[in-house]
Design a protein around this ligand. Structure first.
Ligand code: ADP
Ligand code: SF4
Length: 688
C-alpha cells in the first residue's frame, strides 16, 4: 500500500539509548492550552501518537520558577506538584509507541517573571527581550547562580523522568532558551570562563548536558535545540558559529534539533516562506557530528521529506504546523493515502492561540485542541443521527467543512454554490500575492467530497428561500459568507463616513474580482489583519502609487499574532508603499482623503485618484432571513432546522469558518446545548 519511495521515512533510528520507530518528529509547539488546560493539551498529543508520529514533544516547559514567560501559557515543571499534569501528556504521547519528549526551557533574557516576581537571571545584564518590551532587566548570573541553575536542570530532568518522558530537549533556539543566551555574543558579554571564545560560551551547555547524563542519561536521550542562525548579523550566533559549535561538541547531545532564527524566522507563514525554506542553512551540518539531526521547514510533501533524508540533510523530519493541520500525516503516508493529507496552509492561526492566550485553532484542522474539550477526533466522527439529508448553501470554508463532516457521518449532502467555482472566499483570496497555499482549504475538502457517493455538488446555483423550501431537505445550513463594506464602517467609523461620489472607491471584493484602481491610491486599513497589506502589495505590483493609511501604530497590526507583522512592513517598504501609521480617514473627498491623527486629531489631506476601503464586512444573511420569515412553512416542507454559520453569521478569519462548519456537522441531530457550556474544561482545584 505504501509507496516504496517513502520507505525511508519509516526506518527506525536510534536517539541515544532509545529508538524512534520512524522519522516523523513532532518538534515542540505551543497550543494556547498548556498548564491552564492540561488535559486538552495532553489529548492533543495523544492524537498525534495515534496518527503515527515517532517522536512527540511537549511545548516549552518552564523548568524553574525563576524564569517564566507570563502571559504566555506553556507548561510548568516548577515543583513535584506539576508532575501529574505533564505525566498525563507523556502517557498520551506513548500510547502508540512514540517516544515522548519534554522541552525544558529556562528563559533567561526572555523571561520577564511577571507572575513569580523573581529577578530575571541571564548570562549578561540586559533588558528582557520579549514581544512586549517589558520594562524589566536581567541580573548577570554569578558563579553561584550558574551552579544553582545546573542543579535546577538536574532536578527538572529527574522530574521529567518521573513523569515518564523518554527525551529531554534543551531549548537554545528562537532567542527563548538560556543555552542560546550563553552561546551568542549578543546576549553573553561575560569576561569569565563562560564568555568570550566559543569554547567558553559553550561551557554552560557542556556542563548541563554532563550533569543530566549523570542523572538520567542511562535511560533518557538528550537533545539540543539551537537556531541555525540567530539572524542578527555577525554579533549573533551565526550559521558559521553554529557549525563550529556542533563540530567542537559533536558528541554532546544525542540529537541536534535545528530550528531557525527567531520564532518569526522559524515559523514563517507561507506568504513569506516556502516549504523547506531552511534547506541551505542546514545543508552540511549532518556531516559535522555522528549524532542524528532533525530540522523543520513546514514539511507537508512526502517527496520533499524523503528527499531531505535521502540527500543526507536530515535524519528526522521535524514538524509542528503540519502535525497540527494533520495529526495523521505519518499514518496517511504509511497507508498510501497521500492525497488525503490535510496540508498546512501556513497561515499561522495556530500560533495566535499562544499569542492571545486563547485556545489554539487551526484553519485546516478544526478539531485541534478540541480532542478532549469536545471529544472531537480529526479522523473519526459519530455516524449520522435520525435524519437523512442536509442542504448546504454556500461553498466557502464553512460550507465545505460542514459538507465534508456531514458526509463523513453518512448524511446525504447537497452543496449549492451561487458561483461557478466552489470554495467561496478562498478561491478569490488564493489569487492574492503570497496566499496561493490558502487554496488548500478548498482543494482538500473538494477532493474529499468528490470521493463520496452521498454528496451532490451544484455549482452556479444561487438559491432563493422558495427553492430551498421546494427541495425538501431536512436540515438547511446557510453558509453564504460576507461582503466587504464600501461605506467605511469598522472601528474608527461606527456609522458610514462621508464619501464624495466623485472619488472612485474600491473594496477588497472589487480588487479580488479583478477591478483594480489606477494611479495614486490610498488604502485605508481599519481591519488590521492581512487584507490591507496584501492589497497594498497587489496594487503596488500593478503599478499604483500606494499610500497605506491606518489608525493603528502598526501595519496589519493583528498579524503580530501570526508572526508576520514585521515581514509585512518590510515587504510593503520594499514595494515602495508609503505607510502612514496612527492616521485615520475622516472623510473621502473628490480630490483625496482627509486624514486625522489618532492622538491629536490634527487634520491633513492626501491627494489621490482612488481609495480602497479595507474596513469591515457585512454578513450575507439575506437568504437566512428570508427563510426565517417563512418559518411557518418549514414543517410542511419537511425542514427540521435552518442554521446560519461562518462569515454569514459573523465575519472572521477562515479558521472560524471551518470550525463553524465542523461544529455544525458534529451537532446535527444532537440535543441542543441549551444553557450548558458546550465543552469540558478544567477548573483549578483549590488548595486548603
Ligand atoms: P465562509 O467563510 O463563511 O465559508 P464564504 O464567503 O467563503 O463564507 O463563502 C460563501 C459562499 O456562499 C460564496 O461562495 C457565495 O457565492 C455563496 N452564496 C451566497 N449566497 C448564496 C445563495 N443564495 N445560494 C448559493 N450560494 C450562495
Ligand atoms: Fe497550518 Fe494554519 Fe493550521 Fe497553523 S493554523 S497548522 S499554519 S493550517
Amino acid at each position: 500500500m505504501r509507496d516504496p519511495r517513502y520507505d525511508i521515512l519509516f526506518q527506525p533510528l536510534a536517539i541515544g539509548p532509545l529508538t524512534a520507530k520512524n522519522r516523523f518528529y513532532q518538534v515542540p509547539h505551543c497550543n494556547g492550552g498548556g498548564y491552564r488546560d492540561p488535559s486538552a493539551a495532553a489529548a492533543m498529543r495523544g492524537i498525534k501518537a495515534e496518527g503515527g508520529w515517532g517522536v512527540i514533544f511537549t511545548e516549552q516547559t518552564e523548568m524553574h520558577h525563576t524564569s517564566e514567560i507570563t502571559p504566555f501559557i506553556e507548561l510548568r515543571l516548577w515543583e513535584d506538584k506539576d508532575i501529574p499534569s505533564v505525566a498525563k501528556m507523556a502517557d498520551a504521547m506513548k500510547t502508540h509507541g512514540a517516544l515522548a519528549g519534554i522541552q525544558l526551557a529556562y528563559s533567561g533574557i526572555n523571561g520577564p517573571n511577571m507572575y513569580t516576581k523573581e529577578v530575571p537571571l541571564a548570562p549578561s545584564a540586559l533588558p528582557i527581550r520579549t514581544f512586549t518590551n517589558d520594562p524589566v532587566q536581567a541580573h548577570t548570573m554569578d558563579k553561584t547562580d550558574i551552579k544553582n541553575l545546573r542543579r535546577w536542570f538536574v532536578k527538572a530532568a529527574k522530574r521529567s523522568k518521573l513523569a515518564g518522558f523518554d527525551l529531554i530537549c534543551l531549548y537554545g533556539a528562537h532567542g527563548f532558551g538560556i543555552f542560546q543566551h550563553f552561546l551568542s555574543r549578543a546576549t553573553n558579554q561575560r569576561t569569565d570562563e563562560y564568555g568570550g571564545s566559543l569554547e567558553n560560551r559553550s561551557r554552560f551547555a557542556r556542563e548541563v548536558v554532563a550533569d543530566m547524563r549523570d542523572a538520567v542519561g542511562d535511560t533518557m536521550a538528550l537533545t539540543m535545540r539551537v537556531s541555525l542562525d540567530e539572524t542578527i548579523g555577525q554579533l549573533g550566533f551565526s550559521n558559521a558559529e553554529v557549525r563550529d559549535f556542533i563540530s567542537m561538541n559533536a558528541e554532546l547531545p544525542d540529537l541536534w534539533d535545528l530550528a531557525m532564527g527567531t520564532w518569526e524566522d522559524c515559523s514563517g507563514p507561507s506568504r513569506f516562506k516556502e516549504e523547506a525554506a531552511q534547506e541551505a542553512w542546514v545543508t552540511g551540518i549532518r556531516e559535522l557530528s555522528p549524532k542524528p539531526v532533525v530540522g523543520v521547514g513546514r514539511f507537508t510533501s512526502p517527496d520533499v521529506m524523503a528527499r531531505m533524508i535521502k540527500s543526507g540533510r536530515l535524519d528526522f523530519i521535524g514538524c509542528a504546523r503540519p502535525s497540527i493541520a494533520d495529526p495523521f500525516l505519518p499514518k496517511k503516508i504509511a497507508e498510501g493515502r497521500v492525497e488525503d493529507i490535510r496540508e498546512c496552509i501556513g497561515c499561522n492561526i495556530c500560533i495566535t492561540g499562544d499569542m492571545t492566550q486563547g485556545m489554539g485553532r487551526c484553519t485546516q484542522n478544526p478539531t485541534w485542541m478540541e480532542e478532549w474539550r469536545r471529544g472531537w477526533h480529526p479522523e473519526k466522527i459519530a455516524p449520522k443521527g435520525v435524519s437523512e439529508s442536509v442542504l448546504i448553501i454556500g461553498s466557502g470554508p464553512a460550507g465545505l467543512e460542514a459538507a465534508r463532516a456531514a458526509a463523513l457521518r453518512g448524511y446525504d449532502v447537497a452543496v449549492a454554490e451561487a458561483r461557478e467555482e466552489f470554495g467561496g472566499r478562498v478561491t478569490r483570496e488564493r489569487k492574492l500575492p503570497g496566499l496561493s497555499a490558502w487554496g488548500r482549504v478548498a482543494d482538500y475538502r473538494l477532493f474529499q467530497l468528490k470521493q463520496r457517493q452521498n454528496v451532490q455538488l451544484y455549482p452556479g446555483s444561487r438559491l432563493s428561500a422558495e427553492e430551498v423550501l421546494d427541495f425538501g431537505f431536512q436540515h438547511v445550513c446557510v453558509a453564504t459568507g460576507s461582503i466587504w463594506r464600501a461605506d467605511g464602517v469598522a472601528r474608527q467609523h461606527v456609522v458610514p463616513m462621508p464619501i464624495d461620489a466623485r472619488m472612485p472607491v474600491f473594496t477588497p471584493d472589487d480588487l479580488m474580482t479583478g477591478r483594480l484602481p489606477k494611479g495614486r491610491i490610498v488604502i485605508y486599513d481599519d481591519d488590521h489583519y492581512y487584507m490591507g497589506g496584501v492589497l497594498a502589495e497587489l496594487c503596488a505590483q500593478a503599478g499604483c502609487e500606494v499610500t497605506l493609511v491606518t489608525p493603528s501604530a502598526f501595519v496589519s497590526d493583528w498579524t503580530a499574532n501570526t508572526l508576520e507583522q514585521s515581514a509585512i512592513h518590510r515587504r510593503l517598504a520594499a514595494n515602495g508603499v508609503t505607510i502612514r501609521l496612527n492616521t485615520g480617514v475622516v472623510m473621502v473627498k473628490a480630490e483625496g482623503v482627509e486624514t486625522n491623527c489618532t492622538y491629536t486629531d490634527q487634520r491633513g489631506l492626501i491627494g489621490c485618484d482612488a481609495v480602497v476601503l479595507v474596513t469591515s464586512r457585512t454578513s450575507d444573511d439575506s437568504l437566512y432571513n428570508d427563510l426565517k420569515d417563512r418559518e411557518a412553512d418549514w414543517a410542511d416542507a419537511g425542514i427540521k432546522s435552518v442554521k446560519l454559520i461562518g462569515d454569514a453569521a459573523a465575519p472572521a478569519p477562515i479558521a472560524w469558518a471551518t470550525f463553524a462548519g465542523h461544529r455544525y456537522a458534529r451537532e446535527l441531530d444532537e440535543p441542543d446545548w441549551g444553557d450548558a457550556l458546550p465543552f469540558r474544561r478544567e477548573v483549578t482545584r483549590l488548595e486548603d
